[in-house]
Design a protein around this ligand. Structure first.
Ligand SMILES: Nc1ncnc2c1ncn2[C@@H]1O[C@H](COP(=O)(O)OP(=O)(O)OP(=O)(O)O)[C@@H](O)[C@H]1O
Ligand SMILES: O=P(O)(O)OC[C@H]1O[C@H](OP(=O)(O)OP(=O)(O)O)[C@H](O)[C@@H]1O
Ligand SMILES: [Mg+2]
Length: 326
């Protein structure tokens, strides 16, 4: 049985690179590039059974799909675009909270009557009847574009493959409309384009992705378990705050209601005296503070957490479940 190390692919450049480095460091998994930032092979400090490959975000999607790496960080847009039958090849383990971007369809602002995909369908019909040619769509998101147009019943168009500066295509006359990724919208605005009202194709962010086709030997599995435990602990710590209070009344009932109403848990159990310690989703902090005071607490104190390690490792369990019996 092979005991090759776990291969982790991390963006080497572009918008995801800096955040990905910071993300692993924050999770206690600093990535090392022994020969400097142009060294495209590295290690994870303290984890000799893992190797890091620094690749472009789009190559990472490809390598995950082929099973050439075990884990990778890349944009969901690239997975959806580049991985055929994604569900059989990769597992999106966790969104990482950075690299937000939307894949959209945008048309010239000058097309004032064109606001929806239905309007665009009318435009395509007019292009065909008056100009004798199809609507041209510039994009590098060919698969996403085809399936979105098909869902919207728009069949008479042609894709003009674009490798960059896609937003320039309508002005330069090589295409009529575009499908591309946008975050702030400033590139669209600078090119006098607008997003159709129902033109959101996909909302994306950076994800931790596992390949289901990789050689998941015992060494790779145990390295993944270690990485996922730390990432899981950091993710849990980002999602909750610790809340301390001395409510009056039946604590078991209070914990039960806090769970039902606010998604809170009492990770260290329910003691009869001393403050009650809850882990509470960040979005529920203000309402649960009010509620605990209504239950007789004089003071409610909240703390940010660095890590919340749990003996059950939900990320690892999802990976094992997706890999199936072995
Ligand atoms: N404003 C944005 N524009 C483009 N991509 C973004 C943006 N914000 C986040 N991303 C994410 O970053 C991923 C990689 O984009 P990036 O521009 O870094 O690489 P790339 O365009 O593939 O590289 P290159 O253009 O050098 O080939 C995108 O697929 C997307 O998931
Ligand atoms: O909505 P915004 O915040 O303006 O960002 C969107 C732009 O950013 C990306 O290009 P990038 O800079 O990555 O160049 P590329 O086309 O070479 O990938 C993307 O392709 C858009 O052009
Ligand atoms: Mg880019």
């Amino acid at each position: 049985m092979s005991d090759e190390p776990l291969l982790l692919a991390v963006p080497s450049k572009g918008r995801l690179q800096e955040n990905a480095f910071a993300f692993f460091a924050q999770a206690g998994l600093p990535l090392m590039q022994p020969r400097g930032s142009r060294d495209y092979r590295g290690t994870v400090a303290g984890l000799p059974s893992a190797r890091v490959l620094f690749l472009s975000a789009s190559e990472i999607a490809k390598e995950l799909s082929l099973g050439n790496v075990h884990l990778g960080v890349t944009g969901e847009d690239l997975i959806r675009e580049q991985v055929p039958q994604a569900d059989t090849r990769v597992l999106l383990l966790a969104p990482l909270g950075f690299g937000p971007a939307s894949v959209v369809i945008a048309v010239p602002q000058a097309w004032i009557d064109v606001r929806t995909m239905a309007d665009l369908d009318d435009v395509a019909t007019r292009f065909r009847s008056r100009l004798g040619r199809p609507l041209r769509v510039a994009t590098k998101y060919i698969t996403l574009t085809r399936s979105f147009f098909a869902q919207n019943g728009l069949g008479d168009y042609r894709i003009v493959e674009s490798l960059g500066a896609t937003e320039g295509a309508p002005a330069s006359g090589t295409a009529d409309v575009i499908v591309d990724i946008t975050t702030t919208g400033s590139t669209l605005a600078a090119n006098a384009l607008k997003v159709l009202d129902d033109g959101l194709i996909l909302k994306s962010e950076a994800n931790l992705v596992a390949s289901l086709r990789a050689d998941w030997n015992p060494t790779a599995l145990s390295a993944a378990r270690a990485i996922l435990a730390r990432l899981g602990a950091a993710a849990r710590a980002r999602a909750v705050q610790e809340v301390k209070a001395l409510p009056k009344g039946d604590r078991a009932m209070i914990v039960k209601l806090a769970g039902e109403q606010f998604g809170a848990v009492a990770p260290f159990g329910i003691s009869a005296d001393g403050p009650l310690v809850l882990h509470v989703p960040k979005s529920a902090i203000y309402p649960i503070a009010d509620w605990l005071m209504a239950q007789g607490a004089d003071t409610v104190a909240t703390t940010d957490l660095d890590d919340v390690f749990q003996s059950t490792n939900p990320l690892n369990e999802r990976l094992l479940a997706a890999l199936g019996p072995r």
